[in-house]
Design a protein around this ligand. Structure first.
Ligand SMILES: [Zn+2]
Ligand SMILES: [Zn+2]
Length: 142
């Protein structure tokens, strides 16, 4: 869990000024691990501080993603979800309800030598897809 000082420091070491709005976005993401959408983040930040506009919130979110502090989880056909990159983890995305859940981190093998060509690899993470516990069919026998 990151405290206020840690959030400030991580913003500054990423070259981002710690504005109240940026801090609010970061703090909301640290406190809510449920992968909110940009609209949900905006609603929460605006509730706490009605001065932050939608454009500012969305721009801050984009800056945080670019700085590597926030991860954007793209889900085809649905709004992207966001989470603070506190602890490394993989994701499980439910086919039916679109729920995004964290799975414990384990190291993923790097692609075979040569298969990347001239690409520069930044990170590797896995996305598992299927049915979450709520959507999975229940077994007849408990
Ligand atoms: Zn589900
Ligand atoms: Zn996550």
């Amino acid at each position: 869990m990151m405290d206020a000082e840690a959030i400030k420091r991580s913003l500054e070491t990423s070259g981002l000024r710690c504005t109240p709005q940026r801090y609010a976005v970061m703090q909301f993401l640290m406190d809510h691990s449920g992968h909110p959408t940009a609209a949900e983040i905006y609603a929460a930040v605006n509730r706490a501080d009605p001065r932050s506009s939608r454009a500012t919130t969305y721009n801050n979110l984009r800056d945080l993603v670019q700085a590597g502090l926030v991860r954007e989880v793209a889900i085809e056909g649905r709004a992207a979800r966001f989470d603070a990159k506190g602890k490394r983890h993989h994701h499980f995305i439910c086919d039916r309800c679109g729920n995004v859940e964290d799975l414990d981190w384990y190291d993923v093998p790097k692609p075979a030598t040569g298969s990347l060509g001239k690409r520069v690899l930044r990170e590797t993470e896995l996305i598992f897809r299927g049915l979450c516990a709520r959507c999975a069919p229940r077994r007849a026998s408990g």
